[in-house]
Design a protein around this ligand. Structure first.
Ligand code: HEC
Length: 215
């Protein structure tokens, strides 16, 4: 029995000595059993440096690098502008891009890809026709808008790109599911859906007008 008391006592003492003093303050340097990378030889952003002639740790960009967030203030502005179109949906002057980036070829292959991606990632909420009547509506997601109003018909492609990439209002970002290239494919398909729901007699090729009883 004595050993049981003793063992309990030592266990309690061990627990208190390991866990009990966490958070207590001390002026002594901490004991670091495993310092990993706690102490690093590094410069903090925007601090002084006695090493460089201009006294700054921040260095100017070497020619040709792509700065984080992509600004057009780089020597290679044309390259970065093309990058902004493709990855941000913006023109060099920061407006939403109307139409498609030069790097994206709108053809039947892109459309087919867009239809496939749209059906997987957007149709559950936006509906196969883009009218906002996806399956999620039956489960209470009533806020999904239709693409078939003038505001969204006229919206720049770049702004739609931004909605897919970053989300908007009640819609979360789809960036982890739809790659930048696929976003443009989806937008091409949305444009097709919009045209399909908003056609006029003028859109019917002359050779098919008779079939529809049009003159
Ligand atoms: C989980 C449901 C859901 C999914 C998935 C979804 N959306 Fe949305 N989407 C919404 C909702 C809700 C709104 C309304 C957001 C708001 O205005 O608050 C919206 C709004 C939009 C708008 C209009 C934004 C505006 O400017 O008013 C566009 C364009 C759009 N979605 C495109 C897409 C595309 C493309 C996809 C697929 C890549 C997609 N959405 C996937 C729910 C969804």
């Amino acid at each position: 029995m004595r050993y049981v008391y003793l063992a309990t006592f030592f266990l309690a003492a061990l627990t208190v000595s390991v866990l009990g003093f966490r958070g207590s303050l001390s002026t002594k340097p901490p004991l670091e059993l495993k310092p990993d990378m706690v102490h690093q030889a590094k410069y903090k952003p925007q601090s002084d440096s006695p090493f460089f002639a201009d006294g700054r740790t921040d260095r100017p960009l070497p020619a040709g690098v792509v700065p984080y967030g992509r600004t057009t203030a780089s020597p290679d502005a044309a390259f970065l502008a093309a990058d902004d179109e493709l990855y941000l949906g913006k023109t060099a002057s920061g407006e939403w891009l109307g139409g498609f980036p030069k790097a994206v070829k709108v053809d039947a292959r892109l459309m087919a890809r867009g239809q496939e991606r749209f059906t997987i990632y957007c149709a559950p909420c936006h509906g196969a026709l883009g009218d906002g009547n996806g399956i999620t509506k039956q489960y209470g997601m009533g806020a999904t808008p239709t693409y078939h109003d003038d505001r969204l018909r006229k919206m720049a492609e770049g702004e739609i790109y931004n909605t897919i990439a970053n989300g908007k209002g009640a819609m979360l970002s789809q960036a982890d599911k739809v790659t930048p290239e696929d976003r443009w494919a989806v937008i091409a398909y949305i444009r097709a859906l919009q045209r399909a729901q908003n056609g006029t007699a003028a859109d019917v090729p002359p050779s098919h007008k008779a079939e529809l009883g049009l003159k």
